[in-house]
Write a protein that binds this ligand. Structure first.
Ligand SMILES: O=C(CO)COP(=O)(O)O
Length: 249
């Protein structure tokens, strides 16, 4: 059985004044709960401060993307090593917003995940179909191809996290149904089983992301092959994020 991970993705939100939310999460969380990891992925400008605010609690902090190189002439970019240096334990790679805004391909995402592993970070590899693909019945095939292409060749099952985020459910308030989530998560687990063997595949946390809120988190987190959530909007408010965490199984 995979461990549970409740992860927030602040995206391009948050100023220094938002650190109060992180302090609240950290103090309410304390030592946390056995078997449930809690993480906030924040903009790079806040990462070191967020790590400081989380110190002494079970709260972990992470980055939202990373470059594939460790250092060098890449103006504006940030390496996985730099994220680790600032206190990150995880980094999100291949979010659909990055795939769209920065033309990141499966190959880029696999190289970023490899960079994360090189730096000692856990990559949260994001996959998920568009509305057009869902309507065309292409969801399972597309998600399978993303898994195939976005997990680096040398990765061990214990080192990675997968987040299924249907693009049409991100920031839209339109959450996928429990049946849709169940179907895709089962298919992802089966694919991972082919790649890593069923026992190892069972250890990979599969997160759902897309309009997860305190009032729908309970039923989503109760789905068999869901091992947590990747939460956007509702992770910006400590009270909402903690209310989701409280429903983690
Ligand atoms: O993209 C997401 C998390 O990575 C989900 O965002 P929302 O929870 O705001 O829909």
């Amino acid at each position: 059985m995979a461990r549970t991970l409740i992860a927030g993705n602040w995206k391009m939100n948050g100023l220094k004044e938002s650190l109060g939310e992180i302090r609240t999460v950290a103090s309410e969380l304390g030592n946390g709960r056995e078997g449930v990891e809690v993480l906030l992925c924040v903009p790079a400008t806040l990462l070191a401060l967020a790590a400081e605010a989380a110190e002494g609690s079970a709260l972990k902090v992470g980055g939202e993307t990373c470059h594939t190189a460790a250092s060098g002439a890449h103006t504006g970019d940030i390496s996985a090593e730099m994220l680790a240096d600032a206190g990150a334990s995880h980094v999100i790679v291949g979010h659909s917003e990055r795939r769209m805004d920065h033309a990141e391909t499966n190959e880029t995402v696999a190289a970023q995940a490899e960079a994360a592993l090189r730096a000692g970070l856990t990559p949260i590899i994001c996959i998920g179909e568009s509305l057009e693909q869902r309507k065309a019945g292409e969801t399972l095939g597309f998600v399978a191809s993303q898994i195939e292409g976005s997990i680096p060749a040398g990765a061990d099952a214990e080192q990675i996290v997968i987040a299924y985020e249907p693009i049409w459910a991100i920031g839209t308030g339109e959450v996928a149904s429990v049946e849709q989530i169940d179907e895709v998560h089962r298919a992802i687990r089966a694919r991972l089983g082919e790649r890593f063997g069923p026992e190892k595949a069972d250890l990979i946390p599969l997160l759902y992301g897309g309009s997860m809120k305190p009032d729908n988190a309970g039923e989503i987190l109760a789905v068999d092959d869901v091992n947590g959530g990747l939460i956007g909007g509702a992770s910006l408010k400590a009270a909402d994020f903690l209310a989701i965490y409280a429903q983690a199984k």
